[in-house]
Design a protein around this ligand. Sequence first.
Ligand code: NAD
Length: 403
Amino acid sequence: MIFDINRFINEKVTGREKSFFEKDLENNKQELEREITNKKVLVIGGAGTIGGSFIKALLHYNPATLVVVDINENGLTELTRDLRSSDDFKVPSTYLTYPVNFKSNVFRKLLRAHGPFDIVANFAAHKHVRSEKDIFSIEAMLENNTLNAKYLLDLLNEQKPKHFFCVSTDKAANPVNIMGASKKLMEDVIMAYSTEMKITTARFANVAFSNGSLPAGFIERLFKRQPLSAPSDVKRYFVSPKESGQICLLACILGKSGEVFFPKLDESNMTTFSQIATDLLHWLGFEPELCSSEDEAREKAAAMKDNTKSYPVIYFASDTSGEKSFEEFYTEHEQVDFNRLESLGIITNMERKRPELIGRLFADLQRTLDNDANDKATLVAVLKDYLPNFQHIETGKSLDQKM
Ligand SMILES: NC(=O)c1ccc[n+]([C@@H]2O[C@H](COP(=O)([O-])OP(=O)(O)OC[C@H]3O[C@@H](n4cnc5c(N)ncnc54)[C@H](O)[C@@H]3O)[C@@H](O)[C@H]2O)c1
């Protein structure tokens, strides 16, 4: 059986046959070609879902050089296989992938050797709310998402690209979890540097079936004949992977420095994870069999016959730390231009903290992280000090306690 995941996403998850961003891409074709065709591009975190989708959107405009950096060596291999196995993409003759952490000496060397780049886009991050379990996982997240973002900007300042883009998340608007707070701090850093080079960012919601997401986990569960588990009360906006790359490309090339882009999605397009699970099972010819406990679901899955038509699922109300029951792309203090583009709103008045202030803030954060006696509550208190609107939701339960 051939399972067309993109068709499933378009028909059942986003409900859009055509990309939501197609019109803006068409309307701005000349500018996109002028800025990308024959140019040198560096993509960091390019083996990931959004980075890979950005690359696919970009290749449409024929850059001369594409350098991709990602710590995930297997992911880079899959990216290359994917690009070279499709008719849709023309891989440039200078195409280089490096399994490298961008916070490393090797990266610094390769940036100097291959740069300067016309376009640099960064998608490398810890992105899971589930990673905020304890002091160690939080420290790793703050280091990668926040401190390293500043390191990258300091490096790029030596060889400024014409366009620098760094992806954010809707969770950075009025953050309620440490992942959102780490991204809000990242936004503060890039805003502080946005007077020195052109930097743009984008906030958006769930990318359907992105790496490590709950829907991507459904596919893994099906391969392993394990039950599907999903919250039934969390409604989310979804964009397809292809659309996620297009959002980032439009923001990267068309944005003015310091602007934040977000998709103008309609609430009627929101859906729940349990609905996606049900639709996926129906799509594949199964009927979901509702279970009332994880034990029952595991037992039913273990007893499944090859010709089964029903598939065990467990749907529940969300009760883990740091979950927002709604999504927001901008706060009441942020000024939004809804008219420049058809499909994207643009926040135009982001606060720009002075680089010296950011330097001090980061030194404080580094000092706090260097203190071995830290705990989660202390770190949350430090973050709250910097981000007055950070309302951390702590239920004492982490997603790692669930199936
Ligand atoms: N997936 C979504 O639904 C979604 C929605 C909105 C925003 N975002 C944001 O977009 C970003 C990327 O999301 P994604 O779904 O593509 O994630 P992903 O995990 O698929 O991709 C991230 C990539 O970055 C790489 N990486 C991480 N740290 C690195 C480092 N220090 N050096 C080099 N490579 C590194 C990882 O190996 C991975 O391949 C995240 O910051 C996330 O918060 C994601």
